[in-house]
Design a binder for this molecule. Structure first.
Ligand SMILES: *Cc1c(COP(=O)(O)O)cnc(C)c1O
Length: 419
């Protein structure tokens, strides 16, 4: 699957851009715009590249649900045998509704509340990735009150710099995630002494959109050192979870292939007995999806031309939030090319999806915003009372609507005018 685009299953056909064997123009005609469109073949290939790289090792790939939580996407990963990394009770409910099994779910996040803990204990998840001493105590109490034993892992903060955007860097000492290295030993001893907790593993996650494997390797080696110290005290771990974070190509980045990223990381684990886990999100879905949008107006300006599209920062927040780049391509390009600011209808100057882009377009034409499969729909909002986009999964020549476009009535269904 070689493509001129970062999305491996996107190609130019006689009727413009097609994802797998479905013309994007047909999706727009059937479902309107803006619409997120995902390729089942692309996300399957991404998952398979992780499985292939792990080979015969005892290892579980837990898809990080927050990257894209659509039930269609989750059911595809469940069928492939993936586990899931969740960060809320809502995500657990989605995983179970999509056919995922609780015993392959790990629960991350710094702020799990008691109700979420009860829900996860009831469901029988694989592991709680605990992030603080206070959370450990609360989980022990909640589990004890239910007469259950909670399997735990401590999210250890290895204090390595992943060299990514500061908002998505999570493994440095000064951020809110995980427990400090020195504190981890004390907390493991505490956990081992609490009858309602079972020490199952250890985990780390140093950041997102990593383009270099060295920081992850540094983190893995530090974690292994800790695992061996714990073993020396009689605390034996069943699994080691190295988190997610592998980056993708949005523009001209050159992230390592999964196999190249994993090879050095796996080497120190050769011959060890612990099961390995990973929590990739972006690398499984980012380049399996695009946001299909239509140009409402072209607005020539003195210094800049604007292409006003029907998608906005509420649909895809990454450009406004991180100044992130997404390729934007014409579904059916026209000969005359000009430079445009590609902006949405939202009342914010930060509402752009692309700046200074060369496009051959007329009003009414379709555009595809690429690499939008991860942290696209899941970070969307209803700002400006904009119903959220539809979502479609393409499988070969078939397009399945996996989320209907929201209606405005749904947006205020829980509201009430004052009596
Ligand atoms: C967000 C997150 C992930 C997934 O990160 P990606 O960069 O999308 O791979 C994995 N684990 C944890 C704990 C996370 O918070």
């Amino acid at each position: 699957m070689k493509s001129e685009f970062p999305i491996p299953t996107l190609r130019r056909g006689p009727r413009g851009l097609a994802l797998e064997n479905v013309d994007l123009a047909d999706i727009a005609a059937a479902h309107g715009t803006p619409t997120y469109v995902y390729s089942l073949a692309a996300l399957t290939a991404a998952y398979q590249s992780w499985r292939d790289a792990l080979g015969e090792r005892r290892a579980l790939v837990c898809y990080a649900v927050k990257a894209n939580a659509n039930l269609g996407v989750l059911s595809a990963f469940a069928r492939l045998g993936a586990g899931f990394d969740i960060v809320s009770g809502g995500e657990l409910t989605r995983v179970l509704a999509a056919g995922g099994s609780a015993d392959k779910v790990v629960f991350s996040g710094v702020g799990k509340n008691a109700a979420e803990m009860r829900q996860a204990l009831e469901a029988g998840i694989r592991c709680f990735n605990v992030e603080s001493a206070a959370e450990l105590e609360r989980l022990a109490e909640v589990a004890a009150a239910m007469g259950k034993v909670a399997p735990i892992s401590l999210r250890v903060n290895p204090d390595v710099d992943p060299k990514t955007h500061p908002y998505i860097s999570t493994g440095l000492r000064n951020n809110k995630f995980g427990v400090a290295f020195d504190e981890a030993l004390i907390l493991y001893r505490r956990a081992a002494a609490l009858p309602s907790l079972r020490v199952a593993g250890i985990d780390c996650h140093i950041g997102s959109q990593l383009l270099d494997g060295a920081p992850a390797l540094e983190a893995a080696e530090k974690i292994l050192g800790l695992v061996d110290r714990l073993a020396a005290e009689g605390i034996e771990l069943e699994h080691i979870d190295l988190g997610g974070g592998l980056g993708i190509r949005y523009r001209d980045e050159e992230p390592p292939a999964v196999a190249d990223y994993l090879a050095p990381l796996l080497a120190p684990f050769d011959g060890r007995r612990e099961e390995l886990m990973f929590e990739p999100g972006r690398s499984l879905v980012g380049n399996a999806g695009l946001l299909l949008t239509r140009i409402e107006y072209l607005k020539p300006g003195v210094e800049k031309n604007f292409a006003v599209i029907d998608a906005a920062m509420n649909d895809l927040a990454r450009p406004a939030l991180y100044d992130a780049w997404h390729d934007i391509v014409e579904v059916a390009p026209r000969a005359s090319v000009r430079r445009y600011e590609v902006v949405g209808p939202v009342c914010e100057s930060g509402d752009f999806l692309g700046r200074d882009r060369s496009l051959g377009v007329e009003a009414g034409d379709l555009l595809a915003v690429l690499s939008a499969g991860a942290y696209g729909m899941t970070m969307s909002s209803n700002y400006n009372s904009r119903p959220r986009a539809a979502e479609v999964i393409v499988d070969g020549a078939h397009a399945h609507l996996v989320r209907a476009r929201e209606t405005v009535e749904q947006l205020y269904a829980g509201e009430q005018p004052l009596a």
